[in-house]
Design a protein around this ligand. Sequence first.
Ligand code: HEM
Ligand SMILES: *[C@@H]1O[C@H](CO)[C@@H](O)[C@H](O)[C@H]1NC(C)=O
Ligand SMILES: *[C@@H]1O[C@H](CO)[C@@H](O)[C@H](O)[C@H]1NC(C)=O
Ligand SMILES: *[C@@H]1O[C@H](CO)[C@@H](O)[C@H](O)[C@H]1NC(C)=O
Length: 497
Amino acid sequence: FTALLLSLSLSDLLNMLSVVLGIIFVLLKVIQFYQERKKLIKALEAFPGPPKHWLYGHNHLVRRELGSVGIVSWGEEYAYAFPRWFGPVLPSLIIHHPEYAKSILGRMGKSLPNIPYKFLVPWIGKGLLILNGTKWFHHRKLLTPAFHYDVLKSYVDLMSDSVKVMLDKWEKKSMEKKSVELFQDVSLMTLDSIMKCAFSYNTNYYYIRAVYDLSYLVSNRVQTFSFKDIFYDLTRKGHEFQNACKLAHNHTDKVIKERKMLLSSESELDKIQKKRHLDFLDILLCTKDANGVGLSDEDLRAEVDTFMFEGHDTTASGISWLFYCLSLYPEHQQRCREEIQGILGDRDTIEWEDLGKMTYTTMCIKESLRLFPPVPSVSRCLSKPVTFSDGRSLPVGLNIFAIHRNRDVWEDPEVYDPMRFSPENSTQRHSHAFLPFSAGSRNCIGQQFAMNEMKVALALTLLRFKLCPDPSKPPRLISQLILRSSNGIHLHLRKIH
Ligand code: HEM
Ligand SMILES: *[C@@H]1O[C@H](CO)[C@@H](O)[C@H](O)[C@H]1NC(C)=O
Ligand SMILES: *[C@@H]1O[C@H](CO)[C@@H](O)[C@H](O)[C@H]1NC(C)=O
Ligand SMILES: *[C@@H]1O[C@H](CO)[C@@H](O)[C@H](O)[C@H]1NC(C)=O
């Protein structure tokens, strides 16, 4: 044995040593993982929930197409919050009470669970939605002026243009006696609108198609649980995703490049005279921090792609469900129409000042956001332990899904009743009872933009059409990042003469 030892060279010994150290390291990691897991499970014991299967967790109980919406009914039995296991080893906590939402969303910092954000990153990059820590803070501060009302003001005309194109299309479709599927047309409209507002760029059909496909593919990947598929990139859908990503990035790069050239050729005088309206892209390109440093090309592209995604799918969902709600409640629809006619007089265009006067219309929009929240859940990964107001607490590392659950807050929650949002009633609610745009420092930066777009779209539409339901094609709710209907949203559009 001594002979054997002596025959080993120093490097052999070092090799052996590193293997042993490697094994110890892995063992320590396993023990650490196991102990963290034990802590998590212990903490979750305080939260009763539906019984879980040793292998599936709760996957088999959730109606797949409904995602987080599908488990809303569990909340009736399990107050405040309940565990949700994704298979045997991945626990999460679903929270649905305003007090819990306050504890989670009120915290500084945001650390994201992999699902669904991981699948968005190859496309939207590390923009505002994905970033955290000081870089997020820096970007958020740089981008906030892009949503100043002086900037938003100039968007009203552009939004109207996009809406009118859609309405002209609908006028043709309404001649046939069939109902019209709204969601796709509305998506194309909101995408056109964000392109015009944020980038002063006219719609490029291929780009619109690519963004549309990307939204679909990411949602589909989350919905069908194919995120488990490590070979996704090799599948047909994976290829489609990569191609659409390339196309979108190409286009974004082109838009940025052209604008940079324009900015460098524009004289100071042009800028002062503001020949163009100052848009989101100008603000992105001109912004500099205290040290005079602007955003890198990679950061620029990520922000542009993030806004393109966040700024159209969400409002498309909001507008489509709003139209659906008002088709079911002709009395509220008529009251909105009368309010809008009263504000506009004989104009058929909307001005910035009109938006603030649409009191009842705004209440109807909020009520529809309550019943059909375009972003059905917000997820976080706990980067610090949390203790809730009822004393229960959770350790670091747990994934949290905050969902909207109307039953905690509202009487007859399934009834569409805009009076809930009358000024008197609004002051009496819990601060975190109604959060379509989330809350806290990571709330939606585009919420004013979104509210404006919903008002413009609704006002112009109600002036031209009466919205009536199509009972033969009721929508089927699905939650795919945003709230959609798996069979579209079909309404009869009756031209008003
Ligand atoms: C009805 C329409 C909209 C709804 C319901 C909505 C909802 C939300 C929600 C719930 C969040 C928080 C997400 C999270 O924490 O994971 C969010 C974040 C965000 N939204 Fe919106 N949104 C809408 C429209 C828009 C528009 C029009 C834009 C841009 C023009 C926009 C840009 C963003 C961005 C950049 C973030 C990330 C903000 C940050 O983390 O600092 N959203 N939105
Ligand atoms: C940022 O996110 C990462 C991963 O999601 C997390 O590990 C980190 O703690 C977060 N940082 C902050 C400041 O929240
Ligand atoms: C992207 O642009 C590059 C060069 O500008 C071009 O070679 C490539 O084919 C483009 N890709 C797509 C998907 O359009
Ligand atoms: C408050 O909401 C309830 C229920 O929607 C409604 O009946 C009532 O009229 C509202 N009150 C006011 C003052 O708007």
